[in-house]
Structures are given as structure tokens and as C-alpha cells.
Design a binder for this molecule. Structure first.
Ligand code: NAP
Ligand code: ZN
Ligand code: ZN
Length: 351
């Protein structure tokens, strides 16, 4: 593939796992005929951004520019682009390309394609080096990986749908969560608060597990029917053997066995949280009552569109706290203290 022309944009990057994020300049490609160029207006702050910037998953390519909840305005389109025109509001989530031909891509499950290109942290096949995320002024993405965002939405509050939204919607959808089911969501952060909203909208009886007593009222406002303080063993014991499904969004080390014990026979615990260190699992909570433990990774493009439509129908959007780009390091520290209500979104005009 010939190297396309590049242009420079301002961005925020981490130079190493221990360096705070700081201003820099990166290259973006001029749109090829199938590309959409977007001026980034808002970018959500996912805990994955922090894991990546601090190399907690051990694949970070520095300098690291995180950000995969991107909303902006289309500034140019390639000659073969049909879905977008200049001026449209567009979204980009965690994926910017895939092979498009493997069985996963054919099934619309691009997130499982072994050649998928993540918005940040993959190899950039156009310009070389790592792909760079949304903590930047502009991005150029293949049309097929750009999502249409209805113009009537608050674009800042729509940004977190592109990772937190699809990551929680996809497993609830896949496991057919709905009316008559008791569903748990563990952790009320960016993912968790979207998970509570979706599970409630799907008609489930929703129980939120939190380590933060102060979040109980918010959890109920967001759609939880019950709130359990997970550190309180007596509260946890009351729910033993009673859940159809539990979605675990926790970003740090915690006890999975405590949640497995809350599942009914054949119940299912799905991990979306991706802590740095392995989580020990005991055999007995799984083999007694034939319970399952599994995971889920974001969602493919068709399901992301379905999630956006579901959000439109049920009026689901994120609860956000807007920050300036220069506040990102403080925001990361607050995220580590579970002090986010419930998603930071960067106003990219501040870059
Ligand atoms: P977040 O906003 O920081 O929320 C995580 C929540 O987990 C916290 O608000 C807190 O909720 C709870 N928590 C934190 N530390 C805890 C601990 N030590 N023990 C128990 N609970 C704790 O993070 P996020 O952006 O939602 O992301 C959550 C995780 O999902 C991250 O690991 C991220 O990388 C991962 N992720 C995975 C995917 C995927 O495709 N699978 C996609 C996006 C993100 P309470 O205060 O309510 O306890
Ligand atoms: Zn994310
Ligand atoms: Zn593929």
C-alpha cells in the first residue's frame, strides 16, 4: 500500500508508563478515497485509556495517545465515500479497521478478527508506528468504521456510547437479558452506569454491586432496583444462588468467586472489566450449579449501530463530567479512586 500524505495535529500522549500525559504533535493521513476525516470535538475517558497509557496490559507502544470514544464533525471525505458528507456528526469507537473477509468480519464481529486494528495500540498500516486515539484534534478513519451520530443528540454525552455503551450492550444482548431475569452489574463507573441503564431498559430486575456507599442513590436513579455494598458479606449472602446473569465491569483486583456464588444453576458471570493482574477462580463455585464464567469484548459494527438505535429509542445517554485536555492526569487519578460520575469527557476544543 503506498504511503498516503500526512498532516500534523496536536495531541496528548504518554511518553512512558510512568510519565504523565502531555501535549505533543502526531501525524494523521490525508483521507484516501475510502476515508473520512473528522475534527474531534469530544473524547470520552475510558479506564482502558489509563491501563494502556500506563502499560498495564504490556502491549503499549509509546508514545501512547489514548481515546476511543470519539465524536466529531466530518471535515473531508474520500471520493468513494457514500455514507458521510462534510459537516456530518460522526463517531469512532475502539476499532478503525479489520480484514473484512474472515468469518468473524463476515459475521459482523470485527472485534474478534485477528487482524483488527484498534483505534490506539495497533500498528498503523498507512503511516507505520502505533495507531493513535482520540486525545487529538483530528482523525482519519475508513468509512466502514465510522458511525453516524444523529444530529439532535448532545454530542458530548453520546461519546461514551462508543466504548462503554457497546461493551455493556453487547453481552446483555448476546445472553438475551430481559424481563423476568435478575441481573447484576458490578461497579458503577463508566461501563457500569451504562450497563445499569441498558439492563433496566431491557426489563430486567437490576442489582448494582458497588464498593462506594455514596453511589447508592445515583444507582437507583440510573435504573437499579436494588443496591448491594459488595464489601458487606451479609448483604452479599442474601443474594446467594439467585442471579441469572452478572456483568462485571471492575477495573481492579477483586474476588470473582463471591459473584459466582450469587448465580443460579446455569447462571452466567460475564467479565468486561480487564484488570492488570489475573483473578483467581475456585472450582467449586463453578462446578456446583453448573455456572459459567466468560468474557466479552466491545462489539462489532452492526451491533454498535443497533446499540445506538436502542439508545435513541430508550433515550439512553451517558452521565458525564466535562474536562479540559490539561485535566487528564487528575482525571486518571480520580478514576483510580472510583470518583467519576460517571464518565469524563474531554472537550477537545481545550487542546
Ligand atoms: P471506571 O469508570 O474506573 O469504573 C470501574 C468501577 O469499578 C469503579 O467506578 C468502581 O465502582 C469499581 N471498582 C474500582 N476498583 C475496585 C475494586 N478494587 N474492587 C471492586 N470494585 C472496584 O472504569 P470503566 O471505564 O468503566 O472500565 C472498567 C473496566 O472495563 C476497565 O478494566 C476497562 O479496561 C475495561 N473495559 C473493557 C472493555 C471490553 O471490551 N471488555 C471495554 C472497555 C473497558 P464502585 O465505586 O461502584 O465500586
Ligand atoms: Zn474503552
Ligand atoms: Zn477479519
Amino acid at each position: 500500500m503506498p504511503t498516503p500524505k500526512a498532516y500534523s495535529v496536536k495531541a496528548y500522549s504518554a511518553a512512558s508508563a510512568t510519565a504523565p500525559l502531555a501535549g505533543t504533535t502526531i501525524s494523521r493521513r490525508e483521507p484516501t478515497e475510502t476515508d473520512v476525516q473528522i475534527r474531534i470535538q469530544y473524547c470520552g475517558v475510558c479506564h482502558s485509556d489509563l491501563h494502556y497509557a500506563r502499560d498495564e496490559w504490556h502491549f503499549t507502544q509509546f508514545p501512547a495517545v489514548p481515546g476511543h470514544e470519539i465524536i466529531g464533525q466530518v471535515t473531508a471525505v474520500g471520493s468513494a465515500v457514500t455514507k458521510f458528507k462534510v459537516g456530518d456528526i460522526a463517531g469512532v469507537g475502539c476499532l478503525v479497521d479489520s480484514c473484512r473477509t474472515c468469518p468473524d468480519c463476515q459475521a459482523g464481529l470485527e472485534q474478534f478478527c485477528t487482524s483488527m486494528v484498534m483505534t490506539y495500540g495497533s500498528s498503523d498500516k498507512h503511516l507505520g508506528g502505533p495507531t493513535h486515539g482520540g486525545y487529538s484534534q483530528s482523525i482519519t478513519v475508513a468509512e466502514d468504521f465510522v458511525l453516524k451520530i444523529p444530529a439532535n443528540l448532545d454530542p458530548a454525552a453520546a461519546a461514551p456510547r462508543l466504548c462503554a455503551g457497546i461493551t455493556t450492550f453487547s453481552p446483555l444482548h448476546h445472553w438475551k437479558v430481559g424481563k423476568g431475569q435478575k441481573v447484576g452489574v458490578v461497579g458503577l463507573g463508566g461501563l457500569g452506569h451504562m450497563g445499569v441503564k441498558f439492563a433496566h431498559a431491557l426489563g430486567a430486575h437490576v442489582v448494582l454491586f458497588t464498593t462506594s456507599a455514596g453511589k447508592a442513590d445515583d444507582a437507583k436513579r440510573l435504573g437499579a432496583d436494588e443496591v448491594v455494598l459488595s464489601k458487606d458479606e451479609a448483604q452479599m449472602a442474601k443474594h446467594a444462588n439467585s442471579f441469572d446473569f452478572i456483568l462485571d465491569t471492575v477495573a481492579a483486583t477483586h474476588d470473582l468467586n463471591a459473584y459466582l456464588n450469587l448465580l443460579k444453576r446455569d447462571g452466567n458471570l460475564t467479565l468486561v472489566g480487564a484488570p492488570e493482574k489475573p483473578l483467581p477462580v475456585a472450582a467449586f463455585p463453578l462446578i456446583f450449579r453448573r455456572r459459567s464464567l466468560n468474557g466479552s469484548l466491545i462489539g462489532g459494527l452492526p451491533e454498535t449501530q443497533e446499540m445506538l438505535d436502542f439508545c435513541g429509542k430508550h433515550n439512553i445517554t451517558a452521565d458525564i463530567e466535562m474536562i479540559k485536555m490539561e485535566e487528564i492526569n487528575t482525571a486518571y487519578e480520580r478514576m483510580l479512586k472510583s470518583d467519576v460520575k460517571y464518565r469524563f469527557v474531554i472537550d477537545m476544543a481545550s487542546l
